[in-house]
Design a protein. Structure first.
Length: 509
């Protein structure tokens, strides 16, 4: 890439000495700001709030006998991950053989956001030939076993990676820190006993309780932390058009806007709606066998070119089939839906020596997303005689005091199912796709305290795909579905008549 800054090795050494105590000067000099031919061609330097924090970090570390702790609660899109990466690169470049631990709320966030961002900025820096980035480590090429930063996913049952250390230079960086378990925070205290250590926690303030919240005014540990709040409306990197849409769709006084825009803590917890821990528990759970479990088929109909149409079949605690279609018209989709329904509408119960077969006549229920293009699929399936529920996700829920709309109610019921009954088979070809959808969506509460689910378009604005597979599963919870009816008893392959007086057989009828 043309335009990148380059310094001879001798000058790099002088650069390190000059910037060891000045992270702001490091960031302003180590990257090709406003240089043509680079990714920073349109950017003159850090944002105002980033400048302020970098300056404060340098001041706090000027006392060699004290550790420094910084907590930053921000709205969405302000550039907090970039700032986190600058601090990592500054620390690893200016301190010999440091211990640098980087973690995040989820392993996905750590790998695809924080750690990926580190690779991007390293390649733009004057230290790109000094350090090597891998999927889990960033190390000095001449001392890779002792001079490195490590990406460490946290686990509450294995907090050892965040325990005390004897290294001279220690940096602990937490991204999306609000969702990191309190036990990891408590264990990490041992890392901060080293003079000159640095602990920085960034995140959207998604939880009204917990250790991240306790770092801010009113919290038990606020006196130990430097704290900062960043409003997305004041950040030059934030998408102001997107912010305006959030305010319109969720309301200025909603918890979603408080967290995602204002950088303020919510009245109730917000953030990731279904946790990876809940899914892992469902993966270990043995499936329940119940012949009376009804069959519900959720059909999420694609509205945009890159969306997926998904047909998902759920029987009680298990998902027994899921089919994904891309770039398909409603006529063909309706045909596939009916074809799948046919496989579950007539299940042979018994067969005698004369070839007489009886069936369970319980029909599967097609819960079809009837918004927009989905209306056509609803009409075609109804015309063909199937049991169809026309589900309008934005309509009034059964309990309007708790949920903003029917979609929020469906997702809430699905989450309870995941926590208590679901049994997921990880060997299926489609499970990874479904799991990614389930953990991606976020939630909040409106000014009436009702549950709100993140809109699909807003997920796309965050760089995620529409959670079509998860929405198909949620559709199976749109309406109450009665259990199957038991088939009639058999005697020698011939169905017995029901409703006879006591003591009479079918031959006496």
């Amino acid at each position: 890439m043309s335009g990148l800054l380059t310094l001879p090795e001798r000058e790099l050494g002088r650069f390190v000495e000059a910037h060891a105590d000045n992270p702001l000067a490091f960031v302003e000099s180590a990257f090709p700001w406003a240089q043509e031919g680079t990714m920073l061609a349109a950017h003159e330097g850090p944002d105002t709030w980033q400048v302020r924090l970098l300056h404060q970090v340098g001041e706090a570390l000027s006392d060699p006998d004290a550790g420094a702790r910084f907590a930053v609660a921000s709205g969405h899109g302000v550039g907090k991950t970039a700032l986190a990466v600058w601090l990592i690169l500054w620390f690893i470049a200016t301190r010999p053989h440091p211990q640098i631990v980087v973690t995040a709320n989820t392993s996905t966030q750590l790998a695809t956001k924080t750690w990926r961002e580190l690779s991007k900025w390293l390649q733009m820096s004057i230290f790109r030939d000094t350090f090597t980035w891998t999927a889990t480590r960033c190390y000095h090429r001449q001392a890779q076993s002792t001079w490195f930063a490590a990406a460490v996913p946290w686990r509450a049952d294995r907090p050892e990676a965040f325990a005390g250390t004897h290294e001279e230079h220690v940096l602990l960086l937490m991204d999306e820190a609000s969702a990191i378990d309190d036990l990891i925070w408590e264990t990490s205290e041992g890392m901060m006993t080293t003079p000159g250590s640095l602990w920085v926690a960034f995140g959207n303030p998604t939880r009204a309780t917990g250790r991240f919240r306790e770092c801010f005014p009113g919290g038990r540990f606020a006196h130990r932390w430097h704290h900062m709040r960043v409003d997305s409306r004041d950040a030059k990197m934030a998408d102001q058009k997107q912010i305006a849409a959030w305010v319109t769709d969720y309301g200025m006084d909603s918890d979603f806007v408080r967290v995602r825009v204002l950088g303020e803590f919510p009245r109730q917890a917000v953030g990731q709606f279904i946790s990876e821990a809940d899914l892992e528990e469902a993966e270990r759970r043995s499936p329940t066998v119940d012949q009376l479990q009804p069959t519900a088929i959720g059909v999420d109909v694609a509205r945009y070119g890159d969306d997926r149409s998904v047909v998902l079949v759920r029987e009680g605690s298990q998902i027994v089939d899921m089919q994904v279609y891309r770039e398909i018209d409603t006529v063909r989709l309706a045909g596939f839906v009916c074809e799948i329904a046919d496989r579950f509408r007539g299940v042979p119960q018994s067969q005698d020596g004369y070839g007489m077969v009886t069936y369970n006549s319980n029909e599967p229920v097609l819960c079809i997303d009837g918004v927009g293009l989905g209306a056509g699929v609803v009409d075609m399936c109804k015309t063909r005689g199937y049991r169809v529920e026309d589900v309008l996700a934005g309509s009034k829920p059964q309990d309007p005091t708790r949920y903003e709309n029917l979609r929020a109610e469906m997702w809430s019921k699905m989450r309870e199912w995941v926590k208590t009954r679901a049994s997921f088979d990880t060997r299926t070809a489609w499970y990874r796709e479904l799991k990614a959808d389930l953990v991606s969506i976020e939630y909040g509460f409106d000014d009436k305290g009702r549950l709100q689910m993140e809109r699909k378009q807003h997920m796309k604005d965050r760089g995620l795909i529409s959670p079509d597979a998860a929405d198909a599963l949620a559709l199976t919870f749109a309406v109450p579905i009665a259990p199957r009816r038991m088939p009639p008893p058999f005697n020698g392959g011939v169905p017995m008549l029901q409703g006879l007086p006591p003591g009479l057989s079918w031959m006496a009828a």
